[in-house]
Design a binder for this molecule. Sequence first.
Ligand SMILES: N/C(=N\S(N)(=O)=O)N1CCCC1
Ligand SMILES: [Zn+2]
Length: 260
Amino acid sequence: NGNHWGYSKENGPDVWHKNYPVALGSRQSPIDIPRQVSHDPSLGPIVLDYDHCTSINISNNGHSVVVNFDDTDDRSVIHGGPLENPYRLKQFHFHWGGKGCDGSEHTVAGNSYASELHLVHWNAVKYQSFDQAATAPDGLAVVGIFLETGDDHRWLHTITDAMYMVKYKGSVTDFKGFNPKCLLPSNLHFWTYLGSLTTPPLHESVTWILLKEPIVVSEKQLGKFRLVLFTGEEEDQRLRMENNFRTPQPLKGRRIRSSN
Ligand SMILES: N/C(=N\S(N)(=O)=O)N1CCCC1
Ligand SMILES: [Zn+2]
């Protein structure tokens, strides 16, 4: 409907609280990660078991480009770190800026990255569906990976090459057999804290696991993200999809823990 949420002045993060009052809640995301974070030796490593990967398609939902996975069994799960159960991979997507502007959601000591990749997982041990898990305080686990600009990323082209197929909001195309393990940095040291979805409905159901080491992608590859539009094929306005990020939210006394 007309007042659907987005990232413009009229429907963006500053007014989401009107339709989603939890936007002003006590565990909202993203946040700024301060320079000094308490190290928790009891935090084991995060383990990503993506070997029988089951990507299905890539789509443009009008807010981001999303790669969806078959989550009907435990073929792609993460466990360990702060998690008490394995969490099943549901989808991954990106947030990015405009030309030459930064576009990550979380910041580190006040610094933004060019983009941020989110791998969204749900607790299929305790909940029967993603939607049910998405409203539970321990329902979701999102792995965040920062993207910084530099050389071409060896594997990102498989995703950026598919972007022209999902130019318009509502478009979807086959995207089978992609294993997001190829998008991970060399080491999995992380920060973790309890937060929320960074887009409406902003449910406070996410255990965030942010990898400290960014991956490197080229400006050319990032430029292909900006070929995608917020708008649908039938709309007369053609709005380039960029700056689809929420800015850091108040920490409100939350503890952030650091792995090794
Ligand atoms: N906001 C979201 N993920 S995020 N940006 O918090 O990782 N999602 C909305 C529905 C499915 C995932
Ligand atoms: Zn996200």
